[in-house]
Ligand binder design. Sequence first.
Ligand code: DX5
Ligand code: ZN
Length: 225
Amino acid sequence: MTIRLAPSILSADFANLGRDIAAVERGGADLIHVDVMDGHFVPNITIGAPVVKAIKRVATVPLDVHLMIDDPDRHLDAFADAGATMLSVHVEVLPHLHRTIGAMKKRGMKAGVVLNPSTPVVSLENVAADVDFVLVMSVNPGFGGQVFIPRSLEKLRAVRTLLTDAGNDAPIAVDGGVDLQTVASVVQAGADILVAGQAIFGQSDPEEATRNLRAIAEKARASRR
Ligand code: DX5
Ligand code: ZN
């Protein structure tokens, strides 16, 4: 599986999103990661479906929308209509996760499930065959620029084992604290989709930062197997 880089616009200039997205696309971004926060599930409020729709008009790569909200079921249609190609929801807020995954797929989106750092991998066991991707949070969600939690590496490996046992070769994404220092280890541990905010948009040249992060990731990927 090839590595995909998903710059998180949480650290971009919200007054110049089109410009910033174009820069990372020139640098080789495969996806644009969009963090939706409601101020309830996480202690921060960001953006919603109207902004996703606006980004969709200018982005040339698919949108990977990460919902950090209390009641994602209510909003799946809005994000499908807005143009989300990949949508991920947190297992912590979904008592009927199997149904939610089905609803996302029915709307033609790639269905992803997200685990917070304190959420055990076993909570995915009964949907492991159904998911299109798994997102492992390597920081507590809510803010960009936090420090990578080292325990996440073990978790990435455990998710891969769980998916393989279920006969699913779905990609695994990692989100939080991915930078030039941590990227090789997350790729070695099995991450296929790399979300990065500060390490890209927090740099003076996001285009070059995208290229540099990818170069290290590709090298680590080549030595993975
Ligand atoms: C955190 C978000 C992340 C965030 C990552 O809650 O889900 O996508 O943008 O930012 P960095 O890469 O700066 O840790
Ligand atoms: Zn995210």
